[in-house]
Design a protein around this ligand. Structure first.
Ligand code: GLU
Length: 261
């Protein structure tokens, strides 16, 4: 199976901006194992800006563009250094791809990107993708890695996109304020009633929230790719998803049992 996994900043880093070592180590181990089992894997990783903030010792996430871009330049190196180190332990070769909205909008560049990705997969490498935050400005930015991951899944005709975040999935109401909120396990169509739930399950860190995750699900469902939102704090979730167990919220293209809202 061809799988895209997206890891959000809140999964990778502590609120200090420093790496959550235990979590990243166990995630890289699980992903290595999934690759060893014969799956083709592409990783979309956030965390460049967050890690840059930690490495540069900034007190908070910068708001102005040059500082954000400088933090991303530092943090992206740190991110790839860590991935290279951890995946190398299991003899997997990582490759870095940084793109912006321009690369998606331009047919030729989009094709070049897809060709490179396909070749990397043929070569057995593990592509790790992020937005090129050092040059992305408002006019050309994709903006969030949920959307980027869905665009990648569509480009390479992936069968499954897994969004790992700091939430369990899509709820019927905000679980922080509504103890009776129910996690929706399976969605087969994104209609108004589903879109209305986007505000209910917000994520605490990173750029995306449930709105961008639902947008990603729409892209995936339009091209026959299933998508799962799951909590990244339990790397075992990755195995469970592939074993077909009920984890997080699945946006399923094929017709199946649907949660009744
Ligand atoms: N590209 C951003 C980063 O690496 C993250 C965007 C997102 O969280 O969706 O910091």
């Amino acid at each position: 199976m061809r799988i895209v996994i997206k890891i959000g900043t809140s999964t990778l880093a502590h609120p200090t901006g420093h790496l959550n070592i235990r979590r990243v180590e166990t995630l890289c181990r699980a992903m290595s194992d999934i690759k060893n089992a014969g799956h083709e894997l592409i990783l979309v990783s956030s965390g460049a800006i967050g890690m840059g903030v930690g490495k540069l010792g900034l007190r908070e996430r910068p708001r102005d563009i040059p500082s954000k871009q400088a933090a991303a330049a530092v943090g992206q190196c740190e991110l790839m250094y860590i991935y290279d180190k951890l995946f190398s332990e299991y003899h997997h070769t990582v490759a870095q791809l940084l793109i912006t909205g321009d690369d998606i909008a331009n047919d030729q560049r989009q094709q070049n990107f897809t060709n490179t990705l396909s070749r990397l997969l043929e070569l057995g490498a593990l592509p790790i993708i992020n937005e090129n935050d050092t040059v992305a400005t408002d006019e050309i930015v994709i903006g969030d890695n949920d959307t980027l991951a869905a665009i990648v899944a569509k480009s390479v005709k992936a069968e499954l996109l897994i969004l790992l975040s700091d939430i369990d999935g899509l709820y019927t109401a905000d679980p922080h304020t509504h103890p009776d909120a129910r996690l929706l396990h399976r969605i087969t169509a994104i209609d108004e009633s589903v879109l209305e739930l986007a505000g209910a399950s917000s994520s605490s860190q990173g750029t995306g929230g449930m709105v961008t995750k639902l947008r990603a699900a729409q892209i995936c469902m339009s091209c026959g790719c299933d998508m799962v939102i799951a909590n990244g704090n339990a790397p075992g979730n990755l195995y469970d998803i592939l074993d077909g167990k009920e984890v997080g919220t699945t946006f399923a293209c094929c017709f199946g049992k649907e949660d009744v809202l």
